[in-house]
Design a binder for this molecule. Structure first.
Ligand code: HBI
Ligand code: FE
Length: 292
């Protein structure tokens, strides 16, 4: 799962950064055998789970990276591979960082990755993005040129969106693509979003459950759609190929913000007349959890 609180800092409030960009040393030598064992458990069950579920670009990116089951990857080595291919680097951070700091890193093709790893008794529970979510979930996709440009554009757009007062709208686009996106491949829907790819349970739910909606991606539609931060998504948005993200990276969002200004927001589970519905969810999962 991704960060539970995408806006503002929850658990990290007390943390005072030494550097203005919030980076810390990964301190790879200081990971304990237990830390590496936790990585191994997560890595092995997730690589098995993602066969036939993750998109081809994810699998290819993973194969090209110095990342395996045996140890938490060293960010310096990941950065060497990324730099050669797409010009990205990985920098270590203590957890969630303030929005401006996050955007500035992305705008400069630096991906901030949580330095710590979750505790063994909390394999499926995360309050802040840790090294498994950030590195296993995000880094393989950063080997792809389309996603690489798209995430940089998101960083640049984030600073503009803040000034325009439309950060919520932009953050939803990130959420429903980079974190929870699905892509159509010849043989069916596949995962490219890191929040799904790094989650054992959601990687099944997102593709196989009859419960959630799967809807063709539309920028203005997604900007108006709230999301769940504490549970599986009620709707997933599907792009036709990763090239679609490259188009998104190149267009100016300002006219779209202007067009939807003042329009109503959609609840996470709403289906609209205008939607290109790929699978209409039966909503069973979230209905069962709501108090009667
Ligand atoms: N910090 N480390 C980290 N990772 C994130 O995904 C992140 C963040 N800070 C802010 C943030 N995400 C979001 O609030 C923005 O995408 C809007
Ligand atoms: Fe993430």
């Amino acid at each position: 799962m991704p960060a539970d609180s995408k806006h503002g800092l929850a658990a990290g409030d007390a943390f005072r950064p030494e550097r203005a960009d919030w980076t810390i040393d990964q301190g790879w030598e200081h990971y304990t055998p237990q830390d590496h064992a936790t990585w191994k458990t997560l890595f092995e069950r997730q690589t098995k789970m993602l066969v036939g579920r993750a998109c081809d670009e994810f699998i290819e990116g993973m194969h090209r990276l110095p990342m395996g089951a045996d140890e938490i990857p060293d960010f310096r080595r990941l950065s060497d591979s990324l730099m050669r291919r797409t010009g990205w680097q990985i920098v270590a951070v203590p957890g969630l960082v303030p929005d401006e700091v996050f955007f500035d890193h992305l705008a400069h093709r630096r991906f901030p990755a949580g330095q710590f790893i979750r505790r063994p008794q909390e394999l499926d529970y995360l309050e802040e993005p840790d090294v498994f979510h950030d590195v296993f979930g995000h880094v393989p996709m950063l080997m792809n040129p389309a996603i690489a440009d798209y995430i940089q554009a998101y960083g640049e757009g984030g600073l503009r969106a803040q000034q325009l007062g439309v950060l919520d709208q932009l953050a939803r686009v990130y959420w429903y693509t980079v974190e929870f996106g699905l892509v159509r491949q010849e043989d069916g829907l596949r995962i490219y979003g890191a929040g799904i790819a790094s989650s054992f349970t959601e990687s099944v739910f997102a593709l196989d459950s009859p419960s959630p909606h799967r809807i063709g991606f539309d920028l203005a539609r997604v900007m108006r759609t709230r999301y769940r931060i504490d549970d599986f998504q009620e709707s997933y948005f599907v792009i036709d190929s990763l090239e679609q993200l490259l188009e998104l990276a190149r267009i100016d969002f300002a006219p779209v913000y202007a067009a939807i200004r003042g329009q109503a927001e959609h609840a996470p589970g709403t289906v609209l007349e205008s939607d290109r519905v790929i699978h209409r969810g039966i909503g069973s999962y979230h209905r069962a959890k709501r108090p009667a």
